[in-house]
Structures are given as structure tokens and as C-alpha cells.
Design a protein around this ligand. Structure first.
Ligand code: GP9
Ligand code: MN
Length: 650
């Protein structure tokens, strides 16, 4: 033991040499695998460094466990641990070669689909060179068997304690750096790619196991009796459809567009006398579309995906973390599934990788037939910005995919260009930047919003040219705020008022447009939230929602519920705004007597609680609405290669 500290040189020739050799070889091997096998999108020095150090903590941890064993048993455990980790790495990279994704617990639990999908092609994904991924295991065995190195022997518990402590310290250092480059990495956990890039494959697996255990214990505690109160509450609060509009779009195609970071203040806003969003503004006039100017986003940490979740399910997302990531295996009665029973095909279009927000998993539970992700687009430098495709080439390249779908279809398009930090490339827009004292973010917002507006106009024209416009309902919605409270000073210049907590709540409005062919639209001033869109659209399509467990109510119904919960329990209604524990009078922005609104505040927390019950306990698995055919996620797969193979066979 003394020697252990005295001479580091002695370390390698000493009693622990084989252990340290194993660590170094395994570490390097993993790093080489990262370089050769995975496309992790490393784009700065910190990320490069993190990629290099991230295998270390788990290597120390798992190989270090071997030192806890007795005498020669340590050598056997070292080999076993090395083999298991190597196997995990190898399994991941073979899986990645096909799916462009990493193995997760749910994937292992549904081996039938995933491994089955791979089927005989597993072999084709392997190569004799792959033996490389086991060379260190083989080398260790040879070195020990032929006694080239001194085997581990005696009691190494003290060094083990140091090694394990080092594993923790390295991990914390790793996590600290990762959080610096990418805040909220673990709480939001938006993309497996990112987790692997920052923390490594092994740490990712540990993280994934913990997350899944948490989720399944919540689920395991529930039984079918839990649905009773939920069902009673929701049915008592149902808003019957407005007969004037019910079924006005029956049988039509549906297109949803998620407008990245678009807030309502931008509608009709001008910079140097130029409209920022002339196309969207035109939809607010002459009955072109229904324009909802008092709809608020209700997203949490899941941002875009939370908004999608509400559009597809009319349930609230989670108060913490992302429902797309954590509850993808739940049972849902989502838009694609509901419309499938009416003969619709469904497809999602997004110019980013399918693993982002775990979309490729939860879309299966929603029943999406197709998911056109980055693989389907020309993601060249000039076409992309930030997370992926710029909106104009995105819509352009989507058109052939869209027109190839069987009608009627239900589709959604997720735009990206208007994403923080909003800077467009040279030549993408000639629209002037704002001049509000925030050159890096707020000023750019007007340019990227204008660019998106142009992309939308082009898309509408393309729909017309393709002959789709007259039988397609188009729903456009802002997904969440774009300008956070960190930019309040510049935002005050934009709206000409100080951004108090009250004003900040008002800024959470996101524009919503619904174009229904043959129906004269109008401005709808009712207050509502994103959960309200699903029943609104279903009613337009002539689908009754009274049997569905949805948290929203039809915005066009006279019975629509106008108190809008924010995900954190705050609320806005036509009369008051409740934020940060205080009630404000909307008319004056001044504080109001809170006691008068206690019921309203309680009612909001009940609504959120009911929704959380459904989501956390996966209650929809105990409930099948009349006429709905349950979705089996195993029927869906979004792998381009596999789809092409299938189509060829057909
Ligand atoms: C990424 C896109 C943007 O795929 O949805 O995500 P956001 O950060 O807005 O949630
Ligand atoms: Mn977004």
C-alpha cells in the first residue's frame, strides 16, 4: 500500500499494473469507438475534451469494483467487468449502425420489435474487424494466463476505495463541464445523442436505467380504479362542440405547423415600418383563417416537445423534465391514432435527428405511420442552421414526401429557423434587425421570424400548387416563448412597457391560426391554452371528443373553459393573472384581492393534478374510448433503410 503512493512508476510494474493497464486500454478503446462509430456532432473544444474524458469515470467505477474481490478472484472479475462493458459498447455500436440511436431500457424490454427489426441484418451490421472492440479483453486474458504481468492478488480494498472515489470525482468534474456547455443536461435530457456526447455511453446507460426505474415504479403503483375520479372530473368539464362549426372539415387532410419560438407580440409588429410577419398578418384579415390572439403556451422544460405533446394528446406535459423522454412508453389516445380509425395516414416532418426529444419513441405510442427526420433531408451546411434544416429548404424538400402520402392525411411540420439565438446566415434574409439594445438575441429575432413567415407563405403556395389547399385544414401554432426573461430590458424597448411579472405572463401568448377550406375565419378572442387545440380541431373534423380523456376544451365552443393554467400552476383568465403567488387585475396590471380568486387558483391546480395522474400513472392503459383502436407501438418503426427495404419488397 505504501508503495502505491510512493512511486507512481512502481504502480505500473507493481501489484496493480494489470488493473491500470486495463483502465487505459478500455478508455482508449471507447474513445476510438466514439470516433469511428458514432456521429455525435462535436462542435467545440469543450465537447472534444468531454468526449475524451467521459469514458473514464465509468471505467474506473466498474473495473474498480473488481478490486473489492478477494485474492485471485480480482483478476476474474476484472476480465468479466471488462467483457461486460465491452459487450455493452459493442451492442450499442451495432445498434447505432442501423438505428442511428443508442440502446435504452425500453428497447431492451421490447427486443421483439427492435432486435426483430434487425433480424438477419444483425450479421450484416457486424464485421470481422469488430474483433478490435474486444482486443483489450483478449490481451488481458493472454497477459494474465502467460504471466506476462503480475496478477492482482492479496487485499486491494484500500486502493479500491481510492479508485471508486476517483471515479466519483472524475464524474462530477465531467458533469460540471458538461452542464457548463449545456445547462439542464440531466433535468431536461433532450437528446440521447447529447447525453452520450457529454457523459459517455456507460454513464448514459446508468442514467437511463435510473430514469426507467423511476417511471415504472410510478406506473406500478396505479391500478384501473385510479381512472374513475379522473374520468368523472373530465367528463363533468366537457365542452360540447359548437354546432356551427362541428364537422365543417370532415374528411379533410390536416397539416399542423409548429412555429418555433413564435410569440403573439410579433403579429402586426413593424420594424422601420415593415411588417415582420406580413404573411401571418394577412391570415388575421378578411376571414382567411381563425386567428386566436389569446392563446398561451403551457410548456415546461420539454419546450417544442411539450407543445407537440399537448397538440397530440390534450394532456399537460410534466412539471419537470420532458414527458417525451420519460413517458414515451405510455398508452395514448393521440391524434394519429384517433384519425387512423377514420382512415387517415399520419406523418411527422422535422429537419433534425429523430432522437431529439425522443421523438422516434413517443411517435410510435402516438401511432405515427411515418417520421421524416434529418435522414430524409439534404442537411448540407447551407441548408442548416443550429439544430437542423432551415425552414425554406425544409418545406421545399418536404413537399414530395407530403404529396406521396395516401389521403386523407394527418401531418405535422416542426420548423426550426426561428430558434434561439435567432441569427440567420448571410443571404438568408434582407429584413432589418431590430435595434433594441440586445444585439445577440432580441435584435435577431425579427429577422428569423420574418424568414419563417416567408417560408410559411411559400409552403401555403406549394400546397395550392399541389392541389391540396382546398381540402386541407392548416393549423399553425407558436410552440413556446422565444425571448426569455433574461432579455427583459430589450423586450421592454420592444413592447414599450416595463416587463413586470404581470407583463411577462402576457408575453406568453403564442399565435394560433386555423385555416378551414370553405369556412370564413375570424379573430377569436377567447382565452385558451395549447391543450385546447386538439378538441377544437377534432370537432372541426366532425369527431366527437366526449369519450376522450382530454384536459382542454374546444376554443370555438360556447362552453369553452377560459381559465388558462400555466405548467407551474400560475394562471391567466380574461379578468386576472396569477403569477408568483400574486393576483393581478388584467385591466390595470395592479394587484387584486387574492381571496376572491381562490377557487380559480385551486381549480387550476386540480386540473394539472388530474392530468399528472394520467401521465405519471399511465392511466390511459386502463381506458379505451368508444370506437378507438388501441395503438401498439411495436407496429411502428422509423428507420429509413428498413422502410425502403419494405417498400422495395412491396
Ligand atoms: C429540436 C427542436 C428545437 O428538434 O424541436 O427544440 P426546442 O429547444 O425549441 O425545444
Ligand atoms: Mn421550440
Amino acid at each position: 500500500m505504501k508503495k502505491f503512493f510512493k512511486s507512481p512508476k512502481g504502480l505500473l510494474s507493481g501489484s496493480l499494473s494489470v488493473f491500470f493497464l486495463a483502465i487505459i486500454l478500455f478508455w482508449l478503446k471507447t474513445y476510438i469507438a466514439y470516433q469511428i462509430e458514432f456521429d455525435l456532432g462535436i462542435d467545440n473544444k469543450i465537447q472534444k475534451f468531454l468526449l475524451f474524458i467521459n469514458p473514464l469515470s465509468s471505467t474506473l467505477l466498474f473495473l474498480g469494483l473488481a478490486l473489492l474481490f478477494r485474492k485471485r478472484g480480482q483478476n476474474v472479475m476484472l476480465i468479466i467487468m471488462n467483457f461486460l462493458l465491452s459487450f455493452l459498447l459493442y451492442a450499442n455500436l451495432v445498434y447505432y449502425r442501423f438505428f442511428n440511436d443508442f440502446i435504452t431500457v425500453p428497447v431492451l424490454l421490447q427486443t421483439k420489435t427492435n432486435a426483430g427489426q434487425l433480424g438477419d441484418s444483425v450479421l450484416s451490421l457486424m464485421s470481422p474487424w469488430d474483433v478490435f472492440y474486444f482486443t483489450d479483453t483478449i490481451l488481458l486474458i493472454l497477459l494474465l494466463v502467460f504471466k506476462v504481468v503480475k496478477p492482482l492478488s492479496g487485499n486491494n480494498r484500500r486502493p479500491a476505495a481510492f479508485v471508486l472515489a476517483a471515479a466519483v470525482i472524475v464524474f462530477l468534474f465531467n458533469l460540471g463541464l458538461a452542464e457548463k456547455d449545456r445547462p439542464e443536461l440531466l433535468t431536461r435530457s433532450f437528446d440521447r445523442n447529447y447525453l452520450v456526447k457529454y457523459l459517455g455511453t456507460y454513464n448514459f446507460t446508468i442514467y437511463d436505467i435510473i430514469q426507467n426505474a423511476k417511471s415504472s415504479s410510478q406506473r406500478a403503483m396505479a391500478d384501473s380504479s385510479d381512472i374513475v375520479d379522473v374520468e368523472n372530473y373530465i367528463k363533468a368539464n366537457h365542452a360540447a362542440p359548437n354546432p356551427e362549426y362541428f364537422g365543417k372539415a370532415a374528411g379533410m387532410n390536416v397539416v399542423y405547423v409548429s412555429m418555433e419560438s413564435l410569440q403573439t407580440f410579433i403579429i402586426d409588429y413593424k420594424i422601420n415600418d415593415l411588417e415582420v410577419t406580413p404573411f401571418l398578418n394577412s391570415l388575421t384579415r378578411n376571414g382567411e383563417a381563425f386567428y386566436f390572439n389569446n392563446v398561451f403556451h403551457q410548456t415546461g422544460q420539454g419546450k417544442t416537445s411539450d407543445a407537440e405533446f399537448m397538440m397530440e394528446t390534450s394532456l399537460f406535459p410534466m412539471s419537470q423534465g420532458s414527458v417525451f423522454v420519460n413517458k414515451a412508453q405510455n398508452t395514448y389516445q393521440a391524434m394519429p391514432g384517433i384519425l387512423k380509425t377514420k382512415g387517415y395516414t399520419s406523418a411527422a416532418f422535422h429537419g433534425n435527428y429523430k432522437t431529439f426529444w425522443n421523438r422516434n419513441e413517443i411517435y410510435k405510442s402516438f401511432g405515427y405511420d411515418k417520421f421524416f427526420d434529418a435522414e430524409y433531408y439534404d442537411m448540407s451546411e447551407e441548408n442548416t442552421k443550429n439544430y437542423g434544416m432551415k425552414d425554406i429548404p425544409f418545406f421545399e424538400q418536404s413537399m414530395p414526401l407530403l404529396t406521396g402520402l395516401k389521403q386523407p392525411f394527418y401531418t405535422k411540420f416542426i420548423t426550426l429557423s426561428n430558434h434561439f439565438p435567432f441569427k440567420m446566415d448571410e443571404g438568408d434574409t434582407d429584413f432589418p434587425a431590430g435595434n433594441f439594445g440586445d444585439n445577440n438575441v432580441v435584435n435577431n429575432y425579427f429577422q428569423s421570424a420574418h424568414y419563417m413567415d416567408q417560408a410559411l407563405e411559400k409552403f401555403f403556395n406549394d400546397l395550392k400548387t399541389a392541389g391540396l389547399y382546398d381540402n386541407t385544414v392548416v393549423v399553425l401554432y407558436g410552440d413556446h416563448y422565444g425571448i426569455s426573461e433574461n432579455h427583459n430590458e430589450a423586450m421592454a424597448n420592444v413592447i414599450g412597457k416595463e416587463i413586470t411579472p404581470f407583463e411577462n405572463a402576457q408575453l406568453q401568448r403564442v399565435p394560433v391560426f386555423i385555416h378551414v377550406p370553405g369556412v370564413k375565419g375570424e379573430k377569436i378572442e377567447s382565452f385558451g391554452g395549447q391543450v385546447d387545440l386538439m378538441p377544437t380541431v377534432l370537432h372541426l373534423l366532425g369527431i366527437d371528443t366526449k369519450d376522450y380523456l382530454q384536459m382542454g376544451t374546444d376554443l370555438l365552443s360556447p362552453e369553452h373553459q377560459q381559465t388558462v393554467p400555466f405548467r407551474n400552476g400560475d394562471l391567466v383568465s380574461p379578468e386576472i393573472t396569477f403569477v408568483g403567488g400574486k393576483v393581478y387585475d388584467n385591466a390595470t396590471g395592479e394587484l387584486a384581492d387574492q381571496t376572491l380568486y381562490k377557487d380559480q387558483i385551486d381549480q387550476v391546480s386540480t386540473r394539472l393534478k388530474i392530468s399528472d395522474e394520467i401521465v405519471y400513472k399511465d392511466l390511459l392503459r386502463f381506458y379505451t374510448p368508444q370506437g378507438f383502436t388501441p395503438i401498439d407501438p411495436k407496429d411502428y418503426q422509423y428507420v429509413k433503410k428498413a422502410n425502403q427495404k419494405e417498400e422495395k419488397q412491396k
